[in-house]
Write a protein that binds this ligand. Structure first.
Ligand code: FES
Ligand code: FES
Length: 190
């Protein structure tokens, strides 16, 4: 069996083709081969939830998924949330309500919350808490995160819902800039 396989993915609506070692996880391919460092790594054991991405609209832990098994699937990372130069409402409410401090966990919460709102536009607080329970935040706490999800839900369902604005210089959940937040234990700066 060759060391590398040519794999095809569809990431954030774009086709991607890359030769990667067969044992690589989806997390490794996203970050190392596709340069999508918005998805964070932490424990790489399926315990911290930092590596969440959506496949076919369902959140998964990319550290536990072999890339080879994710071929030809629709993968969404935090980089795919902003559309046509507009932030996702969740990115706006996370910023407005202070639902991110170091921001290391924010991509996972954003991707997971987007998947939730797409399948259930009116989740209860209990449903939100359950959906997000797999991701650990070590500094903000969860109250503001839950409130930001609820606020985004209200914005999306309000009559004449306000449209998102162009991304600011600092976008919650965007790929870590050079002033990257401190890594989570076991993580890396980006
Ligand atoms: S659960 Fe994937 S990095 Fe922790
Ligand atoms: S904002 Fe959640 S870990 Fe820092």
């Amino acid at each position: 069996m060759p060391d590398k396989l040519l794999m095809r993915f569809r990431v954030n609506g774009e086709p991607q083709e890359v030769a990667v070692r067969v044992e690589k996880t989806l997390l490794e391919v996203l970050r190392e081969d596709l340069g999508l460092t918005g998805t964070k790594h932490g424990c790489e054991l399926g315990e911290c939830g930092m590596c969440a991405v959506a496949i076919g609209g369902r959140p998964i832990l990319s550290c536990l998924a072999l890339a080879v098994e994710c071929q030809d699937q629709e993968i969404t990372t935090v980089e795919g949330l902003a559309k046509d130069g507009r932030l996702d409402p969740l990115q706006e409410t996370f910023a407005a309500l202070g639902a991110a401090q170091c921001g290391y966990c924010t991509p996972a919460f954003l991707v997971t919350a987007r998947a939730l709102l797409d399948r259930d536009p009116h989740p209860s607080r209990k449903t939100i808490a359950k959906a997000l329970s797999g991701a650990l935040c070590r500094c903000t706490g969860y109250l503001k995160i839950f409130e930001a999800v609820e606020e985004a839900m209200l914005k999306a369902t309000a009559p004449g819902a306000a449209h998102a604005s162009p991304p600011p210089a600092s976008t919650p959940g965007a790929p870590a800039p050079s002033t990257a937040p401190s890594p989570a234990p076991g993580g890396s700066p980006a």
